[in-house]
Write a protein that binds this ligand. Structure first.
Ligand code: ROI
Length: 161
C-alpha cells in the first residue's frame, strides 16, 4: 500500500461535474480523501477561463505506471480536450507524489515538476496533510502560500462521496 497524491484541474466544460466524476473514479483504485474545491486564475495564457483545482490522497496497491495508466484512462473518458500548450483542458489528473519515491522515466516524473511553484497544487495538498514534505521542503513554509491566488469554492463534501 502506498500513499499517493493526485492533482486535479479543469477549465473546460462543467468543471465541477468533471472533477466530481474523476474523484469517484479515483475511489475505485483505493481509499481516498478529498481536498476542498478551489478556483484559480490560469497559469499560462490569460485568455482562458479560471480553473477549478483540487487534490486527492489515494492509498493504493497500484505501481506508479499502472496508476498513471488509470489516470490517463480517466482523462480520456472525460472527453479530455487540450486546445494548446498551457491552454485550457477538460481534465488533468497529475500524479504528484508516490510514497517517498523519486521517479524519472519517459512517462513520469515524481514528485511532479512545478509542484513547489503552484499554489493551486500546494494549497489542496495541505488540506490533505498539513505536514507534507517534498524534496526535503516543508510545503506549508513555502513563501508562495503567503499570498495565494486561489479561492475556496466549496469546503464541504463537494464531490458527494
Ligand atoms: N492553471 C491553473 N490555475 N490551474 C491548473 O490546473 C492549470 N493547469 C495547467 C496550466 C495550463 C499550467 N495552468 C493551470 O496545466
Amino acid at each position: 500500500m502506498t500513499v499517493t497524491y493526485i492533482g486535479l484541474g479543469s477549465n473546460l466544460g462543467d468543471s465541477q461535474q468533471i472533477l466530481t466524476e474523476a474523484v469517484h473514479k479515483l475511489a475505485s483504485l483505493g481509499a481516498i480523501q478529498v481536498s476542498k474545491l478551489y478556483q484559480s486564475p490560469p497559469m499560462g495564457p490569460q485568455d482562458q477561463p479560471n480553473y477549478l483545482n483540487a487534490a486527492v490522497q489515494l492509498i493504493t496497491d497500484l505501481a506508479p505506471l499502472a496508476l498513471l495508466d488509470e489516470l490517463q484512462r480517466f482523462e480520456q473518458e472525460s472527453g479530455r480536450v487540450r486546445l494548446r500548450h498551457w491552454g485550457e483542458r477538460t481534465l488533468d489528473l497529475d500524479l504528484l507524489i508516490y510514497g517517498d519515491e523519486q521517479i524519472q522515466n519517459e512517462r513520469l516524473t515524481v514528485p511532479h515538476v512545478g509542484v513547489l511553484e503552484r499554489d493551486f497544487v500546494l494549497r489542496p495538498l495541505l488540506d490533505l496533510d498539513e505536514n507534507l514534505y517534498i524534496k526535503g521542503q516543508q510545503l506549508k513554509d513555502l513563501p508562495i502560500l503567503q499570498n495565494p491566488d486561489l479561492t475556496v469554492l466549496d469546503a464541504a463534501n463537494w464531490a458527494n462521496l
